[in-house]
Design a protein around this ligand. Structure first.
Ligand SMILES: [Zn+2]
Length: 272
């Protein structure tokens, strides 16, 4: 690890009270959750057009219910079994010394599990359902999702595979307690808008922060990719922690290359 780079990063982030941590899938990957977009990622085996968009999901359900079952079991299983890593813990610890707002593209709830209090989830959460009609939301426990992924781990018995799959997935598609409409996972699928409130709060926090720590995201997917640019252009110092030695961005004041679980605790340790 480059100690000079760590000290310099800590100094840049120490300049003011308000910090934003902007995290992405690279941070979760260090907790054992496979990424979607990277090489060897989930989208290579489960093409997004069939699994990440609502119309594709419906088609897959009708034509290949077992493939849909495998996708859901895999997509939720690793996240349900995961635990926060040293970077999540350091980010939570930083709250004791700074006003920290976490903005995350991850849906695994690991920032909250580590103890972070203010977390804006740009892509929703695997551990929450939302009503398709009213604003009602319901939290799901890690255990519930783990149990579901285990039940989905077995091939569907013939006949009536689709009916069987629906029955297995009912915990995710239950009726709303307020209006009796169908609920669905509170996750942003391809082609859907980011949740308005989380997105607005993320923008406001980025505009008013003194420093931003970008962890485990290439920040190239719009609109979320705007946030570091907004922070930078509003005068904040932006520090990037990445595994990618070729990373570059006009808004990055400093890039520290290395695993988040090592680099982030080292930087946080030097912020007084
Ligand atoms: Zn409802």
């Amino acid at each position: 690890m480059d100690n000079d780079a760590i000290s310099q990063a800590a100094e840049r982030l120490s300049a003011g009270q308000r910090l934003v941590v902007f995290s992405g899938s690279g941070l979760s990957a260090e907790s054992g959750i496979p990424t979607f977009r990277d090489e060897g990622g989930i989208w290579e085996r489960f093409p997004p057009e069939d699994f990440a968009e609502i119309p594709g999901l419906i088609k897959t359900f009708l034509t290949h219910p077992d493939r849909l079952r495998e996708f859901v079991a895999e997509g939720i299983g690793d996240a349900a079994r995961a635990a926060p890593n040293a970077a999540h813990a350091a980010i939570a610890e930083l709250q004791e010394r700074r006003q920290v707002t976490v903005v995350t593209q991850n849906i695994d709830g690991l920032h909250q599990d580590a103890g972070s209090k203010t977390v804006h989830e740009l892509h929703g959460s695997l551990f929450r359902l939302k009503c398709t009609r009213c604003q009602h939301r319901v939290d799901l426990s890690r255990q519930e999702i783990r149990d579901l992924s285990e039940r989905l781990g077995e091939p569907l018995p013939m006949p009536a595979k689709r009916r069987r799959l629906i029955r297995l997935m009912l915990p995710l598609l239950r009726r709303c307690g307020e209006c009796r409409s169908r609920m669905r996972p509170d996750i942003v699928f391809f082609g859907e808008q980011l949740p308005a409130e989380a997105w607005q709060q993320a923008q406001v926090a980025s505009m008013h922060c003194h420093g931003m720590l970008v962890v485990g995201t290439s920040a190239q997917v719009y609109p979320a990719a705007m946030l570091p640019a907004v922070a930078h252009d509003s005068g904040a110092k932006v520090v990037v922690v990445t595994l990618d030695p070729r990373f570059e961005a006009r808004w990055a004041n400093q890039i520290v290359v290395g695993p988040a679980a090592e680099v982030v605790p080292a930087i946080v340790g030097e912020i007084e």
